[in-house]
Design a protein around this ligand. Structure first.
Ligand SMILES: Nc1ncnc2c1ncn2[C@@H]1O[C@H](COP(=O)(O)OP(=O)(O)OP(=O)(O)O)[C@@H](O)[C@H]1O
Length: 234
């Protein structure tokens, strides 16, 4: 595939299969695409179509069977596991459906984690600022068990965005929340994205959420169909 100038993510001939080589389960079959800075993309498709698998490949949490992914022109497959961990920490913010907060840390410490790990002296100040932006200034000293599901997801969003990543990856970010809370959390995610120059990629079953993205990536039977969301640009 021809390299597209100015693209943040370039995915070329990506395939992912699981299981035995003689009877492989082909989840992604030779897909290619690119994303620009500022893009919003929803990965949609039936259950088992490979949405989470694609997100995990973009996060370099899984290795593809074939093909490669480049972020900011850096091929992920050229990095060692340690370099990959550093690269992920510096460039990506990941929001999981099940929040993945650390129970023994306060909301503030959870939100500060990526900057703490990077040894940044301003970790607490930045985390406090992010908690304020997600409306949780008053919950900074609370532990995850003392927070509602929506509050926990907002802490997780604060943590994912505190280091101003170029790429935000969110796997069913509202999947565990009731409709009203889910909408609040989604608003927060899109508002924070709009204030940055980041690229947002989310996996969802919720078409209302998907339609807030500029492009829809439909996965089915290993193939990818890209749909521009004209409703949004109208
Ligand atoms: N580590 C693994 N080993 C074997 N098969 C796997 C593995 N991970 C995923 N799969 C299979 O790959 C397929 C795609 O899984 P994936 O979780 O990406 O789908 P999905 O579209 O996110 O599904 P859902 O909407 O149900 O969450 C499924 O059939 C799943 O069973």
């Amino acid at each position: 595939m021809r390299h597209q100038e100015g693209s943040l993510i370039q995915v070329s001939n990506l395939s992912m299969q699981f299981g035995q080589q003689s009877t492989p389960l082909v989840v992604l079959d030779d897909i290619s695409f690119s994303m620009k800075r500022g893009d919003t993309v929803a990965i949609v498709g039936p259950s088992g179509s490979g949405k989470t698998t694609l997100l995990q490949l973009l996060a370099a949490l899984e290795q593809p069977t074939h093909g490669h992914i480049a972020l900011n022109k850096q091929k992920l497959s050229d990095l060692s596991p340690d370099q990959l961990a550093d690269f992920r920490r510096d460039n990506m913010g990941i929001v999981f459906q099940s929040f993945h907060l650390i129970d023994s840390l306060t909301a503030l410490a959870n939100a500060a984690l990526p900057l703490d790990i990077a040894g940044r002296a301003d970790a607490s100040d930045k985390a406090r600022e992010m908690l304020e932006r997600v409306g949780l200034k008053d919950r900074a000293t609370h532990y995850p068990q003392q927070l509602s599901g929506g509050e926990q997801q907002r802490v997780a969003i604060a943590r994912a965005l505190v280091h101003e990543p170029t790429l935000i990856l969110a796997d069913e970010p509202t999947g565990n929340l009731d409709e009203k809370t889910g909408e609040r959390v989604a608003n927060m995610l899109f508002n924070l994205h709009a204030q940055s120059q980041s690229t947002l990629v989310l996996v969802t079953h919720d078409m209302r959420l998907a339609k807030r993205c500029k492009r829809l990536f439909w996965l089915e039977s290993g193939t990818l169909r890209v749909e521009e969301n004209h409703e949004l640009s109208a």
